[in-house]
Design a protein around this ligand. Structure first.
Ligand code: CA
Length: 465
């Protein structure tokens, strides 16, 4: 009994150890600018650099080619809002009850707890000006507004938005998706095509703040629903037969052009060498929007690789060599620690991530994280080295060896019983120490998410022959 009683503590300390490698060494010279580019609901396999045979994304690809592409890059949740809560706070959001998307029955009145600090608030005392351009989705009430976190905002509060001024989203989402854009530095212009408008505002932010260290959160909503694209972009993908996939490809194409717009403005002002540029998606592709997570199974809302293993790259020419493929497991939770350290700050013990730079440039050859854990509605998961265990209700745990089975097709639960039992205990010990979630997903979503574990997924790119 005594041993059992202490197991949770052992589990927690192991995880803490795995997440802690604190660096407080400030970088020399001028403080870098930081541009965090977030795509929304992008499929893993929908970039050139991740193997797409259909969609061309040379500008996004170049970020990984001129810096590091993380082959094992994860987000902390398979859906938008909690993933963003983890990304911006540098803390696994389930440690403060932010497990789920904001439910509609709370009328979106809840949001990111005000006492939990975010990246711009860590950077502010280090001399940084911050701005959010685009999607917020961390609460639309007065106390949860991004104005309490960022110096500047040009944004919309909800989980999605029409791309055109009079764009027709689904009836249910229409009200939220037609919400007014908000800004504290201008009267927001009329929407032309939202991805272009977000790109324009990002470029303008860089231009206005070129003489001071800045943090730009370029929070694109592309290629999240509603599926709305410019005709000229759709025409480029006429060879794709499925109309949803064709429109989705056009939306990703336009996102790529606007990433180029951001890079061009950095280059114009000679800021590109000392700017950290990160690109990732907030979760995996939902498939229903025409996205493809190949070679991964699963989708948005699941803890299979297709839900949480995302395109993830970072360029910082001054400190990261070109063309690195980093093979160790890292997560979006590492970005807060990475940015704060790069800005010359000291990372506190509250953050769950580590500064990735010494790992990426070869100074530190250890694995940043031996273990990672996830919790989302009906599912739980733990990754330990290359082993990954996933649990859902009314189903035996699933165990995969990702070094041989990246598509999670070969369940090794019975072949590797001891390994599985150990991981089940570690996962349970982690979970019992967590607070209750502040709110739950609507039941219909929980039911859908459970069903998604039984589906067959497209694991290969379409042939171009
Ligand atoms: Ca999303």
């Amino acid at each position: 009994m005594k041993v059992f009683k202490f197991l949770p503590l052992i589990g927690i300390s192991l995880l803490c150890l795995s997440f802690k490698s604190i660096s407080d060494k400030p970088k020399e010279g001028k403080k870098p600018n930081i541009v965090l580019i977030l795509a929304d609901d992008m499929g893993f396999g929908d970039l050139g650099i991740t193997g797409s045979t259909e969609i061309k994304t040379p500008n996004i690809d170049a970020l990984g080619e001129k810096g590091v592409f993380f082959n094992q890059g994860y987000v902390s949740s398979p859906v938008c809002s909690p993933s963003r809560a983890g990304l911006l706070t540098g803390r696994n959001q389930v440690t403060f009850g932010y497990d789920n998307n904001l439910p509609k029955n709370l009328s979106y009145t809840d949001g990111l707890p005000t006492e939990i600090k975010t990246i711009p608030e860590y950077l502010k005392p280090l001399g940084y000006t911050s701005g959010i351009i685009g999607k917020w989705h961390l609460g639309d009430g007065e106390e949860h507004h991004p104005k309490n976190r960022f110096d500047e905002y040009w944004s919309f509060p909800y989980g999605g938005h029409n791309y055109f001024k009079n764009g027709k989203a689904t009836k249910k989402a229409q009200k939220a998706y037609a919400s007014a854009l908000e800004s504290n530095y201008k009267t927001p212009q009329e929407i032309t095509y939202l991805t272009d408008d977000i790109g324009d505002e990002c470029a303008d932010f860089i231009k206005r703040h070129k003489d001071e260290p800045f943090f730009l959160y370029a929070s694109f909503n592309a290629p999240h629903a509603p599926l709305q694209a410019l005709e000229e972009d759709i025409a480029l993908y006429n060879h794709i037969k499925d109309p949803k996939r064709r429109t989705y490809a056009a939306m990703v194409h336009r996102l790529d052009l606007n990433v180029a717009k951001i890079i061009a403005m950095l280059e114009k002002h000679n800021l590109d060498d000392n700017t950290i540029i990160v690109f990732l998606s907030d979760n995996g592709g939902p498939i229903g929007n025409g996205s493809l997570n190949a070679p991964y199974s699963g989708k948005k809302g699941t803890l299979l690789e297709g839900g949480i293993h995302v395109p993830f790259m970072m360029k910082w020419s001054k400190h990261i060599p070109e063309n690195i493929r980093y093979e160790q497991t890292i997560s979006s939770l590492d970005l807060a620690a990475t940015f704060v350290t790069a800005a010359g700050g000291k990372v506190n013990d509250v953050l769950d991530g580590v500064d990735l730079v010494p790992y990426v440039n070869g100074e530190n050859k250890e694995a940043p994280h031996q273990q990672m854990t996830w919790k989302f509605t009906v599912s739980r998961s733990i990754r330990d080295g290359n082993w990954k265990l996933v649990t859902i209700p009314n189903h035996l745990p699933m165990l995969f060896d990702l070094s041989k089975d990246i598509s999670e097709q070969n369940d090794l639960l019975f072949k590797e019983k001891e390994k599985a039992e150990k991981m089940i205990k570690q996962l349970g010990n982690w979970e019992v120490a967590l607070p209750n979630p502040s709110y739950f997903e609507e039941n219909k979503y929980k039911a859908l998410q459970q069903k998604d574990y039984y589906k067959k997924y497209q694991l290969k790119q379409p042939s171009t022959l």
